[in-house]
Design a binder for this molecule. Structure first.
Ligand code: PRX
Length: 644
């Protein structure tokens, strides 16, 4: 090992680890590389319950893959019934902490009854296998129950993050052709009610496919209910049997669609299916989180993002984990809320994002230091590269130099982790996701698909299909092929730049496309631009990411206005609000700059590269040979000088 900051696993950790020592990791990796069918086939039989066996492990007709072909299983059965059947019904599945301080403990047996009653209620509403449901909920147990009930019946779910606006919700409902929407009156965040039902009502004005809406009462604020369409959750499950057979589903049955931002204004519906997805989620929990029977696991992600799918609902539950779910914000009532939760529930594995870590660092060490965090044994990070200062703080102040930090690289499309350390085997280097998990053939290449040398920057690609791989873009297989499989023909293009060091460790450097990463959430510059130009005052807009101390990147907009008199301050506020309405509050721009023109190439393409440089360095040093009107950049830079 050639770098100074290397953290090998401690002897104690190695002794108890699910994968113990580098040789064990290498053996797994080698077997998966040499005999992928045997490797994944054996794991699938051992770790999942199959209602009908699969005939072969995978079928690869690039870019489409099928895993565990011919097999039938049910994800909900694997996540719930199986544990009850194995005598673990009294084990706690969910430890729920509401933001106002209420809490609930739900065992696997109770969960089975709750899920079954609710699934029976959905059947009574006329929802069937193959239908699609939107889930738009706060982070409460019913959100997980809703996902599992859909999985039980083979209803493909699409969770829409509660921070998305009615407009964004509408686009997703329409694209999916959903028949059912499961929502709540609202949820609690920062001491206030975040209302959800009004956004559903607004969206549904334009969504004829939806026949039923189920409303869970969380905040108990009265909401208008449309007769015949809207039903309270409690009424849906009332009088329903606690028994509801889990439907045997094809391994390739669509489990969920999750919309994520791409490089156009239209979000992509990433489709994940059942068998392969579930297996890789479960295996990465076992390998990377080193999950044991007695762990109390807490992933702080919302179910609205892929992390909440793979590492709240499906991965940990497939292994029968006990986990914490928390409804609210880390700062309510004080910035020590998370540390109080770790102490209260004796959390042993904590998985979160660099953005959250950076926000908490700011509040001072006295907050975590005032709590007993000795239950922690493993920490994890996801969503963006973790900067060394955040890593060190997490390691020292939270983990007390005892807990390995697993930096996990993956994407909505990959379904589960692809590059992440096995903490009892792989020495850590802060900022690196380290090595690929078994079966993942990751490479760093140039645009000709040729591997670049050690420490050279290139494109991160994956050259073989993996079980939890995206199957297609919902309703748009052509876009799926173009987007991921044509840049380097036949290889999966991640959209990330990376380098590999002399030890083979991967260092992900960020996106190479027009996708921003704000607080670990993906946001397309095109999506924000299209929303901006829908505003009557905006003629043209260019959106770029600006480095931000807490959120990693922040949204920065350059705007030219249509003819007219405008008060820039007022319009700026209005446009920020507009984005919150069109997309969601999390996409609200940090900065808006008005300009008479935008820098363009002679062919009329906006030179975002220059704008990025401008917001990062406040000057432009890059190549401007194709710039149509150089004075535009000079003016934009001068405007910044005036303001600062
Ligand atoms: O750029 C990478 C970054 O987040 C992108 C995926 O975003 P999303 O699909 O929203 O999924 C986020 C949660 C898995 C990637 O293309 N990213 C994610 N994890 C890391 C990361 N960048 C560096 N290090 C990571 N650990």
């Amino acid at each position: 090992m050639s770098q100074a900051n290397i953290y090998p696993p401690s002897a104690d950790f190695v002794k108890q680890a699910n994968v113990s020592g580098m040789e064990a990791y290498r053996a797994l990796y080698q077997k998966a590389a040499d005999k992928p069918e045997e490797f994944w086939g054996e794991l699938a039989k051992e770790k999942l319950h199959w209602m009908e066996p699969f005939s072969h492990v995978f079928e690869w007709e690039p870019p489409f893959v099928k895993w565990f072909v011919g097999g039938k299983l049910n994800a909900c059965y694997n996540c719930v019934d199986r544990h009850v059947g194995e005598g673990n019904g009294d084990k706690v599945a969910l430890l729920f902490e509401g933001e106002p301080g209420d809490s609930r403990r739900i065992t696997y047996s109770e969960l089975l009854k709750d899920v079954s009653r609710f699934a029976n209620g959905l059947l009574r509403l006329g929802i069937e296998t193959g239908d699609r449901a939107i889930i738009y909920m706060p982070m409460i147990p019913e959100a997980v129950i809703a996902m599992l009930a859909c999985a039980r019946l083979g209803i493909t779910h699409s969770v829409v993050f509660g921070g998305f606006s009615a407009e964004a919700l509408k686009a997703r409902i329409q694209d999916l052709g959903a028949k059912l929407v499961i929502t709540a009156d609202g949820g609690w965040r920062k001491g206030k009610e975040v209302k959800l039902k009004p956004a559903v009502d607004e969206a549904l004005a334009d969504c004829p496919s939806v026949t039923s809406v189920v409303v869970c009462e969380r905040t108990k604020t009265p909401v208008p209910m449309v007769h015949g369409r809207d039903h309270y959750w409690q009424a849906v499950e009332a009088g329903q049997s606690e028994h509801c057979p889990a439907v045997p589903l094809d391994s390739e049955h669509p489990l969920f669609v999750l919309y994520t931002s791409g490089t156009t204004g239209k979000p992509k519906g990433i489709l994940h299916t059942t068998g392969g997805y579930l297996l890789q989620c479960a295996m990465t929990v076992e390998w990377v989180f080193d999950l044991k029977k007695n762990d109390v696991y807490w992933c702080t992600a919302d179910i609205g993002w892929v992390t909440g799918h793979s590492y709240v609902t499906y991965g940990p539950m497939a292994l029968g984990a006990t986990q914490v779910i928390y409804e609210g914000s880390p700062d309510t009532p004080g910035f020590d809320r998370w540390w109080a939760i770790v102490e209260k529930y004796k959390v042993s594995i904590l998985y979160t994002s660099p953005t959250a870590i950076r926000a908490l660092i700011r509040q001072g060490d006295h907050l975590p230091n005032a709590h007993n965090l000795s239950s922690l044994r493993l920490l994890g990070s996801v969503g963006e590269p973790i900067n060394p200062a955040a890593w060190e703080w997490f390691y020292k102040v939270i983990g007390k130099e005892r807990c390995p930090i697993v930096d996990t690289w993956w994407q909505t499309e990959t379904g589960a982790m692809l590059i992440a350390p096995m903490p009892g085997a792989v020495p850590l280097k802060p900022g690196s996701g380290t090595l690929p998990i078994p079966g993942v053939m990751a490479e760093v290449v140039n645009l000709d698909g040729k591997p670049v040398g050690p420490n050279e920057e290139g494109y991160l690609i994956v050259s073989r299909p993996w079980p939890s791989m995206v199957r297609t873009i919902w309703g748009d297989p052509k876009r799926f092929e173009d987007q991921y499989w044509s840049r380097v023909p036949g290889k999966y293009f991640t959209g990330d730049a990376a380098r590999r060091d002399e030890d083979g460790y991967f260092w992900v450097l960020g996106r190479v496309d027009d996708v921003l990463n704000v607080s670990g959430h993906r946001l397309s510059t095109m999506e924000v631009e299209s929303a901006l130009v829908r505003h009557p005052a905006v003629a043209e807009a260019a959106v770029v990411g600006k480095p931000h101390e807490i959120t990693g990147q922040a949204v920065c907009c350059f705007i030219t206005l249509k003819k007219g008199e405008y008060d820039h301050d007022v319009l700026s506020k209005e446009l920020r609000q507009w984005i919150a309405h069109e997309i969601g509050a999390f996409a609200r721009p940090e900065e808006i700059r008005f300009s008479e023109a935008l820098p363009k190439t002679r062919s009329g393409k906006i030179m975002r590269r220059l704008l990025r440089e401008l917001v990062t360095n406040n000057t432009v040093a890059g190549d401007v040979t194709t710039l149509e009107d150089l004075s535009v950049i000079t003016k934009l830079a001068a405007q910044q000088d005036d303001e600062s």
